[in-house]
Design a protein around this ligand. Structure first.
Ligand code: MHF
Ligand code: KIV
Ligand code: MG
Length: 299
């Protein structure tokens, strides 16, 4: 382990993902893969699967912590998860979401929070939502030497202002604003921008105007990369899923089967069996039984 806690990659293994590597991918037209992760075992798997970018999303609020939106999750809560993911990654680039209320008020606040995610959490980059004042915040964080990812379209931290979790950028006015925000975020120094729930045709027009990486979630196939929430793509999320989710595994069913089988085995006294049990030799047991029988309750 290095001081930052990154497991050392074997010499034979692929080089770590850097901003340079990502720019090369874009230039070569090779899609970039991003996934969220919130803990150590998931980070190990994401890295083993060859994912390029791992996002500790503020979606942790919903999928890990059980809040009903991303608004309540705190920096301290996300830092715990970021540190755990850091310990599991050796190749993928680690991006941490800045949660609602941790960066909007001033450049100073934004830089301070971003530094915590890098210094304490071990993040390589941070992500913030929206255009507007976030453009200045992005510029300030980049100026402090921390790579920044933007996030436009459906920005869940602003869901109330957007009228709920709905598709963004449908009208010409909205699409124009989206492009203006994207160009401004790029100009502020963002190396990538996430587009969420934007019509494919609009994303395509915007992507063609940008030099930085575009990463889509519900934004069609023209972006340089895609991102999905871990629990959604693995079939862990219960209840309704957004239109943009494809479920690639059924982990819920398999997990329910496993926990139910465990409960059934305990109730049937099938578990634990002899092979799960620590035994001692019969003579030692006899001695131990005698001594325990002699032991009286304290007065
Ligand atoms: N599990 C999970 N996955 C996510 O992608 C995600 C979270 N949680 N939590 C934070 C935000 C919230 N997100 C959401 C939440 C709901 C919709 C949704 O229900 N969309 C509908 C409505 C579309 C419309 O009416 O325009 C859909 O059918 O896609 C989309 C994104 C994305 N993020
Ligand atoms: C869905 C991605 C882009 C995100 O911001 C999150 O998981 O919080
Ligand atoms: Mg997020």
């Amino acid at each position: 382990m290095s001081a930052a806690g990154r497991p050392q990659a074997a010499a034979s293994e692929e080089r770590p993902v850097t901003l340079t590597v990502l720019a090369e991918r874009k230039a070569a037209g090779e899609p970039v893969v991003m996934v969220t992760a919130y803990d150590y075992p998931s980070a190990l798997i994401a890295d083993q699967a060859g994912v390029d970018l791992v996002l500790v999303g503020d979606s942790a609020a919903n999928v890990v912590l059980g809040y009903d939106s991303t608004i309540p999750v705190s920096v301290d809560e996300l830092l715990v998860l970021t540190k755990a993911v850091r310990r599991g990654l050796r190749r993928a680039l680690l991006v941490a979401d800045l949660p609602f209320g941790s960066y909007e008020a001033s450049d100073l606040e934004a830089v301070h929070t971003a530094q915590r995610f890098v210094k304490e959490g071990g993040a390589d980059a941070v992500k913030l939502e929206r255009g507007g004042t976030s453009i200045d915040r992005a510029r300030a964080i980049v100026a402090a030497g921390i790579p920044v990812v933007g996030h436009l379209g459906l920005t869940p931290q602003a869901a109330t202002a957007l009228g709920g979790y709905r598709v963004q950028g449908r009208s010409a006015d909205q699409a124009e604003q989206l492009l203006a925000d994207a160009l401004a975020l790029q100009n502020a120094g963002c190396f990538a921008i996430v587009f969420e729930a934007v019509p494919a045709a609009v994303t395509e027009l915007i992507t063609s105007r940008l030099d930085c990486l575009t990463i889509g979630i519900g934004a069609g196939s023209s972006t340089d990369g895609q991102v999905l929430v871990w629990h959604d793509l693995l079939g862990i999320t219960q209840g309704s899923l957004a239109k943009f989710v494809r479920t690639f595994a059924d982990v819920h069913t398999e997990t329910l089967r496993g926990v139910t089988a465990y409960a059934d085995a305990v109730r049937a006294r099938e578990f634990p069996a002899a092979e799960h049990t620590y035994a001692i030799p019969a003579d030692e047991l006899a001695d131990l039984t005698t001594r325990l029988a002699r032991l009286t309750r304290p007065a």
